[in-house]
Ligand binder design. Structure first.
Ligand code: DP6
Length: 360
């Protein structure tokens, strides 16, 4: 499939006004996307667990616009007008206009809310952009001349979400989504996320993710800047190769249920991602002292108890603690007793893998 497949036939139906709503989750990458080219295309393939408790709910209301020169929209977060979100959405609309050519015909009201605290440091771009992309597709479905299949709907939603934020394309479905062309994974694409097509052992079903909120402030360096620093990075080519190799290695691991090998790949991915940040020019560090304290405590706990708990990181200081459902009780007790003191205000969020977005 190419980009051209997502340009619709002229619409034949008309709509004066209406409203659509979607709920879409966040996701946590196991093999990380860090480095992109062209229009939001990844330099390597990535794979993530779709989450369930951390999600965004978005209602998109629309009415016919009086003028069709510019995009017209307003954004509300938890009922309060958020002008700070407007530039990102303006850019998103510019990027996707070819694919959803009704955007200038309507005046939009975007009402959004997150299940996780705003400023928790949890990326809301994946859940937020995927929820908005799904709302737009729901409108297109009502305008389109032909029936849009479920499969195409999800593909195009993921395609649009990617143009808003790369990782957002992995939030439409779940529980394991691949994004980026990979030789070992048929059907994988740089344009959209696809469901991981191979067998997954029961050990990885309902995998748990407790997100420890280490630093709730605004990130010092945005993901977009970080991705761009991979262009002239001395280790970029090796890194893209490493990520693709790690995805290949994960395939038998997921099938066999081999958690100890899983841990090695996942933790190495997290630290390699942060190593890229530390070796960029300019260099930066997003981990905080408490991030390292938590990692060390997880390693000690694993050594002492033979637990299968491990960690991963996204582009920030928060730690995602990953563990099998069978260890839910013991690991929760460990987190409460030993890791909570290193969280800002003792805050953390229990989550687990989920099946993706739902219409409301
Ligand atoms: C470290 O998807 O936030 O979380 O495409 O610029 O919006 P943009 O970047 P974004 O980058 C996410 C990077 C990551 C790894 C990952 O989720 O794969």
């Amino acid at each position: 499939m190419t980009e051209a497949h997502f340009i619709p036939q002229p619409y034949t139906k008309t709509l004066e006004n209406g409203s659509v709503s979607w709920q879409s989750p966040s996701n946590i990458a196991l093999v990380k996307y860090w480095g992109k080219y062209g229009e939001q295309l990844p330099k390597n393939a990535s794979i993530s667990f779709t989450l369930s408790n951390c999600h965004t709910k978005t209602t998109l209301s629309f009415e016919k616009a009086t003028s069709t020169e510019d995009f017209q929209f307003e954004v509300y977060l938890d009922g309060k007008k958020e002008e700070g979100f407007e530039p990102k959405i303006q850019k998103f609309f510019e990027r996707i206009e070819r694919y959803v050519p009704f955007l200038k015909d309507y005046k939009f009201k975007i009402e959004t809310s997150n299940s996780f605290p705003h400023s928790s440091g949890i990326a809301s771009s994946a859940s937020g952009m995927s929820a908005l992309a799904l709302c737009l597709l729901s409108i297109e479905k009502q305008l389109a001349s032909e029936e849009i299949s479920k499969e195409f709907f999800n593909k195009k939603a993921s395609f649009l979400a990617r143009l808003g934020s790369g990782s957002a394309c992995r939030s439409i479905k779940g529980p394991l989504i691949v994004w980026g062309k990979h030789a070992d994974i048929e059907g994988s694409s740089n344009l959209f996320g696809t469901k991981y097509p191979f067998e997954v052992h029961d050990n990885f079903k309902n995998y748990q993710d407790t997100i420890l909120l280490v630093d709730k402030g605004e990130k010092q360096v945005s993901s977009t800047i970080g991705h761009n620093l991979m262009h002239d990075h001395p280790f970029s080519e090796q890194r893209f190769q490493q990520a693709n190799d790690n995805l290949s290695k994960l395939i038998p691991v997921l099938k066999e249920g081999n958690i100890s090998k899983f841990i090695k790949i996942i933790e190495s991915e997290a630290l390699s991602l942060h190593a890229m940040m530390m070796t960029s020019m300019p260099y930066f560090i997003l981990m905080k002292p408490n991030t390292l304290e938590i990692i060390n405590r997880i390693w000690n706990f694993r050594k002492e108890t033979k637990s299968n708990v491990c960690f991963t990181l996204d582009a920030g200081a928060n730690v995602h603690v990953l563990y099998p459902e069978a260890e839910k009780e013991t690991v929760s007790t460990f987190i409460e007793a030993e890791l909570k003191p290193f969280c800002k205000n003792g805050e953390y969020i229990h989550d687990q893998t989920g099946n993706g977005s739902t219409t409301l």
